[in-house]
Ligand binder design. Structure first.
Ligand SMILES: [Zn+2]
Length: 324
């Protein structure tokens, strides 16, 4: 737990309070892709997709979707798709070392740009993304369900375009809305294609539901998923009403201004940051990357999702400020 050594603090110390569900019943799918289920109502409406396990160790989304499938959630208009993404990584989930099942070969949430999808490179994650892509191309509203290594409050990552922020405000959950542009290491699903284009109405949100293994995280994921369906307008009045009536917390918007991408093989934070720390003074050193100090660029700088995996080219932390 040495404060000067960001690689050792608390890592792996969080107990696993939730169990990975058996997804065997959903293997065959009904949309021509394993572990993907689509249900279409007779009445026309939008295509809404809930996706889980983009990172194989983030089991809160799998719990939420498994439960919704077992409950027989169906649209009254349009289509609802339930997608379990990186199944191969999820299969390797182990309570002893739950962090290792994040991916098999590469981060599946960094492959969603046409140059990677259409390019010659291959990996289990790219193969799966290529399978999902034609379906994703028809989605009007996407909620990609994730969780974080650190213990921090749930947040909705809305991307830059205002359409996503507006939709997240309509959902009214969770409290923190984070506007960020993604990662240098590759494009996320939520920024892919029409989602990233402000000229199209397609909306994509990524919910970070809380710490990977906490019980409350699975409940947050479920609440986010239900509220998303309710606001997207695909549920019956009876199904939607309880979620639309849920209390709406006053939401806070954080604009991400900087992304600290690791440049060396020797990166460390100077304190045990969990995320959402507000650093009062501009110029405060928060990390060291090789010989370079990373300083906050302005007063009241918010640290968002400090990583615990330090690898060159990966995002170490985002820096932002409260907008609202
Ligand atoms: Zn994730």
């Amino acid at each position: 737990m040495a404060a000067s050594d960001g690689t050792t603090r608390g890592f792996g110390a969080t107990p696993v309070e939730i169990d990975p569900p058996d997804l065997g019943p959903w293997r065959t799918g009904n949309a021509g892709i394993d572990y993907v289920w689509s249900f279409t109502a007779a009445a026309p409406g939008p295509h809404v997709m809930l996706s889980a396990l983009m990172h194989g160790n983030e089991i809160c989304g799998a719990i939420a979707l498994d439960r919704m499938l077992r409950e027989g959630v169906r649209p009254v208009r349009g289509t609802i798709t339930f997608a379990f993404c990186n199944i191969e990584a999820y299969r390797s989930f182990s309570r002893v070392d739950p962090a290792v099942s994040r991916y098999v070969y590469e981060d599946m949430n960094r492959v969603w740009d046409p140059s990677a999808l259409d390019g010659p490179r291959n990996s289990p994650e790219l193969r799966r993304a290529r399978l999902l892509r034609p379906l994703v191309d028809t989605v009007d509203y996407l909620l990609d369900i994730h969780s974080t290594t650190n213990i921090n409050p749930a947040m909705m990552l809305t991307g830059i375009a205002k359409k996503h922020l507006d939709f997240a405000k309509t959902i009214g959950f969770p409290v923190y809305l984070v506007r960020d542009a993604g990662h240098e290491a590759g494009q996320r699903l939520r920024d892919y294609g029409r989602f990233g284009d402000p000229q199209t109405p397609a909306v994509a949100l990524l919910v970070e539901s809380g710490q990977h293994w906490a019980k409350a995280t699975a409940e947050t994921a479920r609440e986010a998923a239900w509220r998303f369906l309710a606001v997207a307008g695909v549920l019956s009045e009876a199904d939607a009403a309880p979620w639309l009536r849920r209390p709406r917390a006053p939401q806070r918007v954080i604009q991400v201004t900087d992304r600290v991408t690791i440049q060396s093989d020797d990166f460390r934070f100077f304190d045990t940051y969990e995320g959402f720390e507000v650093i009062d003074r501009a110029g405060t050193v928060v990390a060291r990357d090789g010989g370079k100090h990373i300083r906050t660029p302005y007063d009241n700088c918010v640290l968002i999702m400090p990583s615990r995996r330090f690898a060159r080219g990966q995002t170490a932390v985002r820096l932002g400020r409260f907008e609202e």
